[in-house]
Design a binder for this molecule. Structure first.
Ligand SMILES: *[C@@H]1O[C@H](CO)[C@@H](O)[C@H](O)[C@H]1NC(C)=O
Length: 471
């Protein structure tokens, strides 16, 4: 019942955003008081009032996108500890804080790791545990909508999918974080698409066809199929609700999109931003909240599924202020392709098709030099991984996960947990995420892999050791 209504809401939003009538409504709705419009100011409201430092960095990718990279360099309690650590660093002795890089999911932004506030959201827990926390924002989200020479109103601004995020966005942001902090390597936590882009970046292509990173770079290393992010950069990574192979997804909106051909999607929605009228989506959601609080879920929730019993209803208006954060139609089409893919299942680059006279004017031969889109070689990944999934997750399903585990080399997944009744958004919004999930995440990040042999006491001792070593 609930999901049917979500679907109805989705169809409504989609229909409205696709018709010119939407513009009239948007004009009328403009009289309703709105939330703060500047996305960065709005995001800072999640951090600064609580006494945490927030640094804002702009990072330009090799293909010209200007991304907002956020940093919470230390926790609230250790302002003084931080300044003394800085002092030590400036005289070139003591170790600095370990860098942790957090990467959000589809239609989300860095806000996903912050919205539940200190003591609950992962970014704050990590900062308080002694990490130097960096939060990525991939191209096209509300915080990363600039380009060196393209305007977001230009269709060329939106011609990318998660392939380009893996090829350009992650390497640029990671290099920047390491250079700025002076750390030799980093640890990583990704949610949903944030896991996909890491896997793609670490895997590299199988060697057939030129992948996106090779289009920009003439370097021999990339041409030989080296990964976008070299193995040594990421020490260990946590995958929250990973989506790599998407064959068994049961998200209704995604299945609806998968039923459409890629060219149909481009023809229908244009080769632009997906759901361009974000303001309209926000308005509709806002009205829905007044009329029927239980229907007041974000578009992201309708797409991904969430667990009403593990959702703090009072925080819904807050969530709605930050999602959906925007992506391209091509990226949604790539997800639709992943859902549609026939066996053998694998992680593939965006399929432009073989028709070089297509709507988009692009085809596989032109883009990759091959008829089939290149595949990512997951076997090449050597980074130790912890994988957290939910039994009720409609995007990250057990069957797809089993395939992912088989595709990865033996011994790469060091820790794997399947959380009872967890849905896709519980990993970031869940009321009990700290107790059921983040404590384990911190333990793994601190370097304690031997989950099977551990009892809780040993685990927490190790975690304490990890954080005090960090300080
Ligand atoms: C994938 O990577 C592994 C390990 O580096 C390598 O042995 C294998 O040949 C690669 N497979 C393909 C199809 O490129």
């Amino acid at each position: 019942m609930f999901h049917c209504l979500s679907l109805f809401f989705y169809v409504l939003v989609l229909a409205l955003s696709l018709t010119s009538a939407a513009r009239d409504i948007a004009t009328k709705a403009a009289t309703i008081p709105r939330l703060e419009t500047d996305p960065l100011t709005k995001l800072a409201e999640l951090v600064v009032p609580y006494g945490y430092p927030l640094d804002v960095h702009n990072v330009e990718t090799e293909d010209g996108f200007i991304l907002t990279l956020l940093r919470i360099p230390h926790g609230r309690a250790d302002v003084e500890a931080a300044s003394s650590a800085k002092l030590r660093r400036s005289v070139g002795t003591a170790a600095s804080r370990p860098v942790i890089f957090l990467q959000h999911g589809l239609l989300d932004s860095a806000a996903g790791f912050l919205v539940n506030g200190p003591g609950r959201s992962l970014a704050f827990l990590l900062a308080d545990a002694g990490y130097d926390v960096w939060l990525g924002n991939v191209r096209g989200n509300t915080l990363s909508r600039s380009h060196a020479f393209l305007d977001a109103s230009d269709a060329r601004f939106w011609q990318w999918s998660y392939d380009e995020m893996a090829a350009y966005d992650l390497p640029a942001m990671m290099q920047y974080a390491l250079r700025t902090s002076g750390a030799p390597s980093l640890r990583y936590v990704g949610h949903s698409q944030g896991t996909t882009v890491l896997l793609a970046a670490l895997a590299g292509p199988t060697g057939e066809g030129r992948v996106p990173s090779q289009r920009a770079s003439d370097s021999d290393a990339v041409a030989k199929g080296a990964p976008a992010v070299p193995a040594g950069v990421v020490e260990r990574a946590v995958l929250l609700a990973p989506v790599a192979v998407a064959k068994h997804i049961s998200s209704v909106p995604l299945l609806a999109m998968a039923a459409m051909g890629t060219d149909d999607m481009f023809t229908l929605m244009g080769l632009h931003e997906f759901l361009p009228s974000q303001e309209l989506v926000a308005q509709l959601e806002g009205r829905l909240c007044v009329v029927q609080p239980y229907l007041c879920v974000s578009f992201l929730a309708a797409l991904c599924g969430y667990n009403p019993s593990n959702l703090d209803i009072t925080r819904l208006p807050l969530y709605l202020g930050y999602t959906p954060a925007g992506t391209s139609v091509q990226n949604m089409a790539h997800w639709a392709q992943a859902v549609r893919a026939r066996a053998p299942n694998s992680m593939r680059c965006f399929d432009f098709g073989v028709n070089c006279a297509s709507f988009s004017g692009r085809c596989n031969q032109r883009m990759y030099g091959t008829i089939e889109p290149p595949r990512y070689n997951l076997t090449a990944i050597t980074t130790p991984l912890a994988v957290f999934t939910g039994t009720h997750d409609r995007l990250s399903t057990p069957l797809d996960l089993e395939y992912l585990r088989e595709s990865l080399g033996p011994g790469v997944v060091k820790l794997s947990k399947n959380l009872e009744a967890y849905e896709h958004l519980d990993f970031i919004w869940g009321i009990d995420a700290k107790e059921l999930l983040y404590d384990d995440v911190l333990r793994f990040l601190s370097g304690d892999d031997d989950d099977d042999d551990d009892d809780d006491d040993m685990g927490s001792t190790a975690a304490n050791r990890g954080s005090s070593a960090a300080l």
